[in-house]
Design a protein around this ligand. Structure first.
Ligand SMILES: Nc1ncnc2c1ncn2[C@@H]1O[C@H](COP(=O)(O)OP(=O)(O)OP(=O)(O)O)[C@@H](O)[C@H]1O
Ligand SMILES: [Mg+2]
Length: 231
């Protein structure tokens, strides 16, 4: 099982949303996903409950509560034995022993960052923390910044400058744009299941096109990660 972690010192950077999107994209390719819930607010547990109510939960996926180190070790062991292809970790913000163990065990770390100077500072500090920790332990993991909530229309001058500055860093090729379909995932459930349900419902066919574009974007992000993990 490959472990992919969304991590950022900054609250509200888009970690959980990126993780939900990746989960949908990978499970649409018949991958079995273990979601490790390390945030004590339990956003993934609530996500699963709502998704089940909307018939938008892929039953190949499971949420494991892992907000302390022993629970994480136990959950990882269970998921590994359970034949899950990927473990996706929604790490809580800031440094902690739990986060250090998660970083050290990850095959891939995604650091979401919006296009503001504060977000970029925090993403740089997060990347630096990750790299120093991995180097101190003699470990390696693919680490990339994910440009999150990029406006779909024209960027302001400062957003454009931020976008170009991030181009100089290890970066996930495809950004995640600011989309209603992404914001709605936590209420609706897994995006690929929602898209399939919409296709069967004439009332939601107008939204289908936008949701499909969001899913295509996630497919590019997940393909980038899968390629990094193979190579
Ligand atoms: N690409 C996106 N398009 C639209 N809305 C987004 C996108 N990414 C995140 N959001 C919204 O931004 C808010 C913060 O996102 P999210 O909860 O994923 O951040 P987080 O880093 O997990 O936050 P926390 O530190 O509280 O765990 C949420 O309301 C979410 O719906
Ligand atoms: Mg979160």
């Amino acid at each position: 099982m490959k472990l992919i972690t969304c991590y950022s010192f900054k609250g509200g950077a888009g970690k959980t949303t990126a993780l939900m999107g990746l989960c949908a994209s990978l499970s649409s390719k018949q991958k079995k996903i273990a979601l490790f819930e390390s945030d004590q607010n339990r956003p993934l547990t609530r996500w699963k409950q709502k998704a089940l109510r909307n018939d938008a939960w892929d039953r190949q996926c499971e949420v494991f509560v892992a907000d302390e180190l022993p629970a994480m070790v136990d959950a990882y062991g269970q998921a590994d034995l359970g034949g899950f292809d990927y473990g996706l970790v929604d790490a809580h913000g800031g440094p902690s022993d739990l986060n250090n163990s998660i970083i050290g065990s990850s095959d891939c770390l995604l650091v979401p960052a919006m296009l503001s100077p504060l977000d970029i500072d925090e993403a740089l500090a997060t990347c630096r923390y990750i790299i120093e920790l991995l180097m101190a332990e003699g470990l390696e993991a693919h680490t990339a910044i994910l440009r999150q909530r990029v406006p779909i229309g024209r960027l302001t001058a400062s957003q454009r400058a931020a976008y170009e500055m991030l181009d100089l860093l290890p970066l996930c090729e495809t950004p995640m744009h600011e989309r209603d379909a992404f914001a709605a995932m936590k209420e609706r459930g897994m995006l690929h299941m929602t898209v399939a349900n919409m296709a069967n419902d004439p009332a939601t066919r107008l939204m289908l096109h936008h949701s499909q574009r969001a899913l295509d974007e996630l497919a590019m992000i997940s393909a980038f990660i899968e390629k990094a993990l193979q190579g």
